[in-house]
Design a protein around this ligand. Structure first.
Ligand SMILES: [Zn+2]
Length: 329
């Protein structure tokens, strides 16, 4: 596959480059979407995938990004780590097997202790690996607005995974975060500064991002993805647009999305455009008296296919979600 053999030297992309790459991989996109959506909803329900097909690159001194491939298999979210003077901060635990792999990758770069793991949100493909880091002495951090989802949804979801994937989850105890911040938390020393920021309800009520102002690098979690990865089931798309607008005011040079290729600040505009135009198109259908089924057949955003590699109609669950938001049904 083009994507799996790609190196990070080509990964600082414009959205145009992203679009071209996406077009090349269209043929597998439908199954990948199914995998992605299922994983987003229930935390990789399709079996234990081997933690292969990953790439690590150093973005700045002590700042690393690990891109997770998603074709032919969905194996987890993108991750990162920041090496401070005395410790390491991990961004995104991912699944337990990927957390173990990440520890090995970190050890190739530093022997400093892993002190924190930041979960952008509660979804299993982002946070189920917490116990691997907690066992090493780390504390898991999330936004205060995510706490309820970890408790209400994360705990039962994790128990289900233990039943379904005893080899990966069986011996582990759910690693619920122990540090919560209200809007912003700053972790800083003489070498690094990381700002964990909750902008509002986007992909989930508790989404937060990691902003590295010294380098202009933003780790977005699923607030901003690069490809057909948007899952809207727990979202508020009007608020999500506002979140992306606020986020785009940061002087961003590099975006490390929750899924898909690394990009520049233009990725946020692409991501926002999807929700703005999807809402507009569905509202127009509602105003014209169309039913949900009719809207599902008529919504047309050709540029989305150029970006995400899949026709907007194929993301039917997102159309249903926005229709419900706009009709209050
Ligand atoms: Zn998610």
């Amino acid at each position: 596959m083009d994507q799996s053999t790609e190196t990070f030297s080509s990964a600082t992309t414009t959205t145009g480059q992203v679009a071209r790459r996406s077009v090349r991989v269209r043929r597998l996109i439908v199954s990948a979407i199914t995998l992605t959506v299922m994983a987003a909803v229930c935390g990789h329900a399709l079996g234990v995938f081997k933690p292969t097909e990953t790439n690590v690159t150093q973005l700045a001194p002590g700042v690393y990004f690990r891109k997770m491939e998603w074709q032919p298999k969905f194996i987890g979210c993108n991750q990162g780590w920041i090496v401070f003077e005395d410790f390491v901060l991990v961004i995104e635990a991912s699944f337990p097997n990927q957390a173990e792999e990440l520890v090995k990758e970190i050890r190739k770069t530093t022997d400093k202790p892993i002190k924190f793991v930041f979960d952008t949100h509660w979804h299993g493909d982002h946070a189920d690996g917490n116990p691997i880091f907690i066992a090493q002495g780390a504390s898991a951090i999330a936004s205060e607005q995510a706490r309820e989802q970890f408790v209400q949804k994360g705990v039962p979801s994790y128990e289900k995974q233990k039943q379904e994937k005893p080899d990966e989850y069986g011996k582990l105890k759910y690693g619920i975060p122990s540090i919560y911040f209200p809007k912003r938390m700053i972790i800083e020393d003489a070498t690094q500064r990381v700002e964990l920021i909750h902008f509002g309800h986007g992909h989930t009520p508790g989404d937060a991002v990691a902003w590295l102002p010294k380098h202009g690098i933003l780790f977005t979690g699923d607030s901003c993805v690069n490809g057909p990865f948007n899952y809207t089931g727990e979202s508020n798309t009007a608020s999500w647009i506002a979140v992306l607008t606020e986020m785009s005011k940061l002087p961003i040079k590099t975006i490390c999305p929750g899924h898909g290729e690394r990009s520049d600040n233009l990725l946020i505009d692409q991501q926002r455009r999807y929700f703005v135009e999807l809402r507009q198109a569905i509202q127009e259908g509602i105003n014209a008296g169309k039913s949900l089924d009719e809207i599902k057949k008529s919504v047309d955003l050709p540029w989305y296919k150029e970006w995400a590699g899949v026709d907007v109609k194929e993301r039917a669950e997102n159309i249903e979600h926005v229709y419900k938001e706009l009709t209050q049904k």
